[in-house]
Design a protein around this ligand. Structure first.
Ligand SMILES: [Zn+2]
Length: 380
């Protein structure tokens, strides 16, 4: 019974957003807590890789040896058109290598010895003729990461030590997200702006390790597991393991709900209009992770990808009902449908079926906006 005709009482004005805007800016989540890790913690991580057979000492040594080799310093300059033009083909390699040998062998910005590359002090974009930037006094050594994060396209780069590709694995192996969705949310609040497909690729590691004998990773079996739903002072809803201790400041909203159910709730937005949401339980973020400085419910976010064409950064916003007034809620089993019941009506059981709603929520039609309502369920 859902249509988009304005005459229909179930008409939903999708053009009018009802978004809670609270500041969980990406930068508050930077690094989660890898940025404050000690050398001991990094050492323990590497030792655990070896103990769990993720990599052998020999492989790790080979990896480091490969990255110590400054292969991107000499030949990359010597083969550049600007250098050949300035110094003449026959002289370039000698000039470049004299320069390379005279360097400290550390990254100009972060002091690393790994993955060093020759980089311009004054970038090519500052010269009318980009090849004019190619002279030996204008070169310095930077590691690959520091070189990359200087590019304008890396708006959020350089705020943690890890590159995005390393951080994907750090989040996966250290925070251990239980669902792919939580993995993506972790990456977003960390500040990663790349496409979801990069996280899909990285998630393959979770599958591989989960099939190891013994399993080295746990992927949540939502459909066959029960959870408790928690509500936080911000209004945020998260899930935790059934019967787990309730963290400080949280309240248990539902106990022992199955992962194949959904959580329907009615909110009143800042503009005083009512909106109905329906979250599959399997979609609700866990609050069981160690997020360092961030609160345990920090993962309950939605995000919009960055719009590079129009220069808009990604937006990470708290998931309703955070910061909204929740008027009513109910758990919905797979064989049940959501109904809205008037609580201001003298007619007992004055109910309206509502169109299918999802996690983006639907504004209630104008007529229903005027009623006092609660969410109820009926068997299909
Ligand atoms: Zn560096």
């Amino acid at each position: 019974m859902y249509s988009n005709s304005p005459e229909d009482p179930h008409f939903v004005d999708e053009a009018t957003p009802l978004d809670a805007t609270v500041d969980i800016a990406p930068e508050t989540g930077f690094g989660l807590h890898d940025g404050s890790w000690s050398e001991d913690q990094w050492r323990e991580l590497i030792v655990s890789f070896v103990e769990n057979d993720l990599a052998s000492w020999r492989e790790l040594a080979a990896l480091i040896l490969g990255h110590l080799n400054p292969s991107q310093t000499g030949t990359s300059l010597a083969s550049s058109e600007g250098f050949k033009r300035r110094y003449g083909k026959g002289n370039t390699m000698r000039i470049v290598m004299d320069w390379a040998y005279a360097q400290t062998g550390r990254c100009e910005d972060c002091d690393s010895r790994l993955e060093l590359q020759a980089d311009h002090v004054e970038g090519r974009e500052l010269f009318d003729d980009p090849l004019e930037a190619d002279y030996i006094e204008n070169m310095t050594l930077r590691c690959r990461r520091c070189n990359v994060v200087r590019r304008p396209s890396h708006e959020l780069g350089g705020q943690t030590f890890l590159t995005a590709e390393s951080a994907l694995m750090w989040i996966l192996l250290v925070i251990k997200p239980r669902t792919f969705l939580d993995f993506v949310r972790l990456c977003r609040i960390y500040g990663m702006t790349m496409a979801d497909v990069r996280m899909q690729e990285a998630w393959a590691m979770a599958h591989w390790l989960s099939r190891n004998d013994p399993p080295l990773y746990g992927i949540e079996d939502d459909e066959n597991t029960s959870y408790d739903l928690l509500q936080w002072p911000t209004g945020t809803i998260t899930r935790t393991d059934s019967g787990a201790a309730i963290p400080d400041h949280a309240e248990r909203l539902y106990q022992n709900v199955r992962g194949d159910h959904s959580f329907a709730f009615l909110v009143i937005g800042e503009d005083k209009r009512k909106k109905l949401f329906n979250y599959p339980v399997s979609w609700i973020a866990f609050s069981t992770y160690d997020l360092g400085e961030m609160p345990p419910y920090a993962l309950a976010v939605r995000y919009t990808p960055p719009d590079r064409k129009n220069g808009r950064a990604q937006r990470v916003t708290p998931m309703p009902p955070a910061s909204l007034e929740m008027v009513s809620h109910a758990m919905v089993a797979p064989n049940e449908k959501i109904m809205l019941e008037r609580t201001d009506s003298l007619l007992v059981g004055d109910r309206t079926a509502v169109p299918v709603v999802n996690h983006n929520g639907k504004l209630l039609p104008a007529k229903l906006q005027t009623y006092d309502l609660r969410v109820v369920v009926e068997r299909i």
